[in-house]
Every structure is written in structure tokens, then in C-alpha cells.
Design a protein around this ligand. Structure first.
Ligand code: BGC
Length: 320
């Protein structure tokens, strides 16, 4: 049995053919071109998916289910994308549109929810029932798994951990609120923090790492820190403290068995995890008690977490 997972991002569409053991048999990626209208974007997603099926040496007849994940608010019961900040989906009946063009059952969820589910079925959180995944990319995504299933509230918009406030009246967030974790801990925020530091420290080694300020990325400050830059280390420390504040809140609310970090910044691995563990060991409720503690790690499916999670979404509806 094969299922298809499609992960729609602001920059790329990724599609993967996933087998019954959750191995990706083939995958394909193409630019999303988010300026395209809704029909055009849907057509690109299907083109990407069909190419992945071709590359797997299969035909669409051999695909049982299709799962799609998107960076926004999804009514997953009805397969409708209610809102996506960078993409022109507004109350878009995406499941029905893809079903009409492929004849397959289609399931749609938020990208971080799908990534969290992927980690539970095939990644670092296999065997865990209560898991939180926080993705650090263009935005900050949140996936809440309770009792092995995605928890997204009565209307399925829940689990938006990136849109919880860590600084009252703080930095503006694309969601319209101020001070959200996303405005401090996304890759976008880290780039902004690095840029500000470079402007304030014109002699800093940060400039050797990245002479062109428009080329700063989520690694720049980490790389500078590794090369002994004080300004780079300051940016990284501040960033990790903000993130630690958000993660402490999530542990205090959910006390999950495992909390995983995904997205581009998670590639920093232990450089990120070690100081985070130190913060959480002091800050989280119950940290001084002799009781089991949340394990902290990174998503091991990396870029495939969303695709594999999406390909498995059908399982959540099997007994409906
Ligand atoms: C969106 C979330 C999404 C996250 C990661 C945020 O800006 O609000 O819905 O999961 O980015 O893509």
C-alpha cells in the first residue's frame, strides 16, 4: 500500500510517496509560486505529486490516500483551508479540489500538526502518546499530540503554539497580535535579530561570516558564535532564552513525554538543545520535583516530517 503526502510551503511544494513501513519511496519538490491563483496552485500540487508517483515507478491507481499539509488554519474535518498567511487560500475546499482531480480520498491538516504526527508514527517520538512539536522556520509552528492523535480543538485551529505571547505588547506578529513566540523564535525573527546586531557592531566577526547583510540566514549568528564572535553569541543566547520561555510554557501546560524541535533552526542540534535543556531544567513547573521529566530532542524526519505525517493523516479518520 502506498500513500501520498504533499507539504505545501511558502517557497516549495514537496510530495512524497510513502510505503506501508513509512519509508519514502520517491519524492519530488518544486517551487510553490504562491502568487498563482488557487486553481493554479492546486494544479502545481498535483503535478508535483504525480511526478513523485512517476519517480516511484508507480501509477496513481496504486495510491490509496492523499494527505496535504499547509502553513495555516485548516478545518481538517471538512478539508477546508480557512486561512494561510502567505498563500491565497481563503476558505478553500482543498480536499474536495484534489479529490475531484485525482479520485482519491484526501485529508488536509496544518503543516506543524502533520509534522508532529509524522514524528509520532515514524520519527523520534515513536511509541510516545503525548508529544509537542515546535517548528522553527519562516514561522513558528506547533503540533500537539495527545493520546497519539493530533489535538487541534473543536474547530481544528488549535495547537498554534507560535502565536502564544511571550512578551506583552512586544514585537508585531504577522497574525496581528504583538509579542508572539513567532516574532522572537522563528528563523525570520533570528535573521532580523542578527541584522540588528550587525548594524550595532560594525567591527563584529558577524560581518566576516556574512559580508552582505541581505544574505543573513538562520545559521549566520550560530556560525559567528562558533568562530568566537561575542555579538554572534549574544544573538544566539537571547534567541535561545526567548525560545526557552515559550517551550517552558508548553511543558507547563501539556507536560508531554517528549518535546521535539523541527524546522531549519533545529539543524543546530545540540548547540540549541543543550542550553535549552538547562533553561527548562530550572524553569519548568515541577523541575525540582522527583518526577518524570519531558525529554527534549529534534525531529529526526527532518524535511520529510510533514510529508510522512500528511501521508498518514487518513489513519486519524479510519474509524469515523
Ligand atoms: C502559521 C502556522 C504554521 C507555522 C509554520 C505560522 O506562521 O501561523 O499555521 O503552522 O507558521 O509554517
Amino acid at each position: 500500500m502506498y500513500n501520498l503526502g504533499i507539504d505545501l510551503g511558502g517557497t516549495f511544494i514537496k510530495a512524497g510517496v510513502v510505503d506501508s513501513e513509512n519509508k519514502i519511496r520517491a519524492k519530488f519538490m518544486m517551487e510553490s509560486h504562491v502568487d498563482t491563483n488557487v486553481d493554479g496552485l492546486c494544479a502545481r500540487m498535483i503535478e508535483c505529486a504525480k511526478t513523485a508517483v512517476d519517480e516511484a515507478g508507480l501509477t496513481m491507481d496504486e495510491i490509496e490516500h492523499i494527505g496535504v499539509c499547509v502553513p495555516g488554519a485548516v478545518d481538517s474535518v471538512n478539508g477546508v483551508v480557512v486561512y494561510c498567511s502567505n498563500i491565497k487560500f481563503r476558505n478553500t475546499p482543498l480536499a474536495a479540489m484534489i479529490k475531484e482531480r485525482t479520485g482519491k480520498p484526501v485529508f488536509v491538516h496544518n503543516d506543524a500538526n502533520a509534522a508532529a504526527y509524522g514524528e509520532v508514527v515514524a520519527g523520534a517520538a515513536q511509541g510516545c502518546k503525548d508529544v509537542i512539536v515546535v517548528t522553527l522556520g519562516t514561522g513558528v509552528g506547533g503540533g500537539v499530540i495527545i493520546d497519539g492523535k493530533i489535538y487541534a480543538g473543536f474547530n481544528s485551529f488549535g495547537g498554534e503554539l507560535g502565536h502564544t505571547v511571550i512578551v506583552h505588547n512586544g514585537e508585531p506578529c504577522p497574525c496581528g497580535r504583538r509579542g508572539c513566540l513567532e516574532s522572537y523564535a522563528s528563523a525570520t525573527a533570528l535573521i532580523k535579530q542578527t541584522r540588528e546586531s550587525m548594524k550595532n557592531h560594525t567591527e563584529s566577526r558577524l560581518w566576516q561570516i556574512c559580508p552582505d547583510i541581505s544574505q543573513i540566514n538562520g545559521k549566520t549568528a550560530f556560525d559567528a558564535m562558533r568562530e568566537g564572535s561575542k555579538a554572534g553569541a549574544e544573538v544566539v543566547n537571547r534567541y535561545i532564552n526567548y525560545l526557552g520561555c515559550g517551550l517552558t510554557n508548553f511543558i507547563n501546560v501539556f507536560q508531554p513525554e517528549m518535546l521535539l524541535i523541527g524546522g531549519g533552526i533545529s539543524k543546530e542540534g545540540e548547540t540549541l538543545l543543550e542550553p535549552l535543556r538547562k533553561i527548562l531544567a530550572v524553569e519548568t513547573y515541577g523541575s525540582s520535583m522527583d518526577a518524570p521529566k519531558t525529554r527534549i530532542g529534534v525531529c529526526t524526519l527532518r524535511n520529510d516530517a510533514g510529508t510522512i505525517g500528511a501521508a498518514n493523516l487518513y489513519r486519524l479518520y479510519e474509524n469515523d
